[in-house]
Design a protein around this ligand. Structure first.
Ligand SMILES: Nc1ncnc2c1ncn2[C@@H]1O[C@H](COP(=O)(O)OP(=O)(O)OP(=O)(O)O)[C@@H](O)[C@H]1O
Ligand SMILES: [Mg+2]
Length: 244
């Protein structure tokens, strides 16, 4: 059976030579979509990295349902089910070509090269990246890299998604496509973002991270702002949540 609840329990953690970030942190991801906000350096990325086992807490535990994640096999199990979009796509992509990066996950799980490639092509098309298969990863633009990085995660059909600033580098059209893609995904997720309009379009619950504590608010403070864009004073329409 697929896991349905991902939890951090009583986490104590600080980076080496830095003040403690979390003194007793609890966090649970079950049904629904959580937006995670907080100032630069408040620990949002670190929180997701702790979930993925990229850092290990001094105290406390990571759990998937009732399973405490501690052995190597446990961490493989967690990483198999949790998709993590890095804040910097360059940390995520490592293959020479786009299709090699996107097909890597399925191939690693035992799919044949043909099936892995087909899965990769399908997810690229879904993300508006058809034709990118043979592009050189290190030649992609920042926004293209971000979307390819998302493809490498979605192709794995994760049970949970952790997205660290997914709209960074995205133009308004791609950003809008991302809102639609996220709306179609029926899995629990956490989205870190400084783009509050994006969070209000994609999530139903907001946590704010301040001084190592999570404060919950039901999107209470989220609101849109007037904005400028290059259409100037020509007549134009805005679809819902369209910032183009
Ligand atoms: N490997 C590391 N070693 C030492 N300090 C670190 C390390 N990684 C992060 N930090 C520090 O820990 C704090 C939290 O960093 P983190 O990246 O989690 O913040 P954030 O909330 O994601 O910020 P941003 O909004 O800028 O992405 C920061 O002060 C950062 O400088
Ligand atoms: Mg961060």
């Amino acid at each position: 059976m697929k896991p349905s609840c991902l939890r951090l329990r009583n986490i104590v953690f600080g980076h080496p030579a830095r003040p403690p970030l979390f003194k007793d942190l609890d966090f649970a991801i079950g049904a629904g979509r959580i937006g995670l906000i907080g100032q630069n350096g408040s620990g949002k990325t670190t929180l997701l990295q702790l979930i993925m086992g990229l850092y290990h807490p001094e105290k406390g535990r990571v759990m998937l349902d009732d399973r405490v994640i501690q052995s190597r096999a446990d961490w493989c199990y967690l990483r198999r089910h949790v998709g993590f979009l890095f804040q910097d796509a360059d940390d995520q992509l490592f293959s020479p070509t786009v299709i090699e990066d996107v097909a890597f996950g399925p191939l690693n799980l035992g799919d044949s090269p043909e099936i892995s490639r087909r899965k990769g092509e399908r997810i690229l098309a879904r993300l508006g990246l058809a034709g990118f298969e043979n592009r050189l990863t290190h030649h992609l633009s920042g926004g293209e890299k971000k979307m390819v990085a998302l493809a490498t995660i979605l192709v794995m059909e994760p049970c949970f998604l952790l997205l660290d600033e997914p709209t960074n580098n995205l133009d308004p059209i791609t950003r809008k496509r991302l809102v639609t893609i996220i709306a179609e995904l029926d899995i629990p997720m956490v989205i870190i973002s400084h783009d509050w309009d994006f969070l209000s379009a994609t999530t139903s619950l907001i946590y704010s991270l301040e001084h190592g504590h999570l404060h919950r608010s039901e999107t209470a403070c989220l609101h849109t702002h007037p904005h400028a864009h290059p259409y100037g004073d020509h007549p134009h329409d805005h679809g819902e949540h369209d910032h183009g």
